[in-house]
Design a protein around this ligand. Structure first.
Ligand code: PLP
Length: 416
């Protein structure tokens, strides 16, 4: 396997050293093959909102398993998940299931281009929307970690169709619109940026995007693969009160199994085959095990709306604690958070776009990461990733994490 892994950031290139191999996980904790137990803030990169091994999900998948692992034909489970998504996400009237976030975003821009008859796409510096060719231009996440924000193999002619603006900077978007007149099919944005570390939208930014898209006849795509069901039950579009034309989903929607989805206004989504001519298909899309896990996750969310306030306040406790330790030790830190995702940046804030992320002292992250690992806290192995916590994380886990952070920051200071 390239780098010994099946997805680049897992290889620890951003922090050095050798990745751990994990054998099992339960609640907020994961156990590696050597038997060490870690408090997990990766959460399978944002998937595990309800923690590992959630009993409702385990039961749903076990029940589905004995009924058959794949039919390649319609089944009630997919309808159940589709209905839950439509109930929860206001911007989604019709939805198509796929197998990953990447598939969801690739399909959404095909639809946007078809529906508008235009080709240009506007994305944001440090934004990551999966590994589709159109998105690997100034991309965040693993691409930024590895220093290859724009990938070889993406044809220049295609990359030229992707324009890059600055997140939280409406003027930079307006400027691109002025230059591209009526050629912009869509603006795609992580409504809370999560792939340059967590960077929430400044007030007015998302609404400003909505207004620009309306003025120029372009579609607004919220890539909610990371934020979906994580920052709020109704996703970022509910939390920040701005409706996109199309929404892409992944991670939490699959309850730990591979599910992605894209959806939006009915008149747009009916252009997808077989209702319309825009082709998109998948052998395993709507897989019965995957949708059973997803439905179990979303049904828990629907039955327990109170979890979001708890997740938010748990994260605030973590952030406040980290900042307090930083000021005790004389280390300027910044904590950004939205719902159940957040990031610690080394350096003074505000951190509200890719340039301010780059200005932070990212080199201080690697020693901190390794010190935390020795104290059995598993953080995302890159300064450009958000931390994720779950309903299984409690005050005890946060307390242990803060203890580890105090000792780790001290140790990292001592080692210069
Ligand atoms: N969009 C966003 C915002 C993401 O964070 C990711 C993955 O991290 C993707 C799309 C791609 O999803 P996947 O890795 O499931 O293909």
């Amino acid at each position: 396997m390239p780098g010994g892994v099946n997805s680049p950031v897992r290889a620890f290139k951003g922090v050095g050293g050798t990745p751990l191999f994990f054998e099992s996980a339960d609640g907020a904790r994961m156990v590696d093959v050597d038997g060490h137990e870690f408090i997990d803030f990766v959460g399978s990169w944002g998937v595990m909102l309800l923690g590992h091994n959630h009993p409702g999900i385990v039961e749903a998948v076990s029940e589905a398993l004995v009924r058959g692992t794949s039919f390649g034909a319609p089944a009630p489970g997919e309808v159940d998940l589709a209905e839950r998504v439509i109930e929860l996400v206001r911007g989604v009237e019709v939805v198509r299931m796929v197998n990953s976030g990447t598939e969801a975003t690739m399909s959404a821009i095909r639809l946007a281009r078809a529906a508008t008859g235009r080709t240009v796409l506007i994305k944001f510096r440090g934004g990551y929307h999966g590994h589709g060719d159109a998105f690997l231009v100034d991309a965040g996440s693993g691409a930024a970690t590895l220093g290859v924000p724009s990938s070889p193999g993406v044809p220049d002619s295609l990359a030229a169709q992707t324009l890059v603006a600055d997140y939280n900077d409406l003027d930079s978007v307006a400027e691109l619109f002025h230059g591209a007149e009526d050629r912009v099919a869509a603006v795609i944005v992580e409504p809370v940026a999560g792939n340059m570390g967590c960077v929430p939208p400044v007030p007015g930014f998302l609404q400003g995007l909505r207004d620009l898209c309306d003025r120029y006849g372009s579609l607004l795509i919220f890539d909610e693969v990371m934020t979906g069901f994580r920052v709020s039950a109704g996703c970022a579009q509910e939390k920040y009160g701005v409706l996109p034309d199309l929404t892409t989903l992944g991670k939490v929607i699959g309850g730990g199994l591979p599910v992605g989805a894209y959806g939006g206004r009915e008149n747009l989504m009916r252009q997808i085959a077989p209702d319309g001519p825009v082709y998109q298909a998948g052998t395993l899309s709507g897989n019965p095990l995957a949708v059973a896990a997803g439905s179990a996750a979303l049904s828990y969310i629907q039955a327990h709306p109170e979890i979001y306030a708890e997740l938010e306040s748990l994260g605030q406790g973590l952030g406040d604690g980290l900042l307090e330790i930083g000021s005790e030790l004389g280390i300027p830190l910044t904590w950004n958070q939205s719902g159940a995702m957040g990031s610690l940046f080394f350096g003074p804030g505000p951190v509200n776009d890719w340039r301010s992320v780059e200005r932070t002292e990212t080199a201080r992250f690697a020693p901190f990461f390794h010190e935390m690992l020795t104290r059995e806290v598993y953080l995302p192995p890159s300064p450009y990733e958000a931390w994720f916590w779950s309903t299984a994380h409690d005050h005890d886990a946060v307390g242990k994490t803060l203890e580890a952070a105090r000792d780790s920051l001290k140790a990292a200071l001592d080692h210069g």
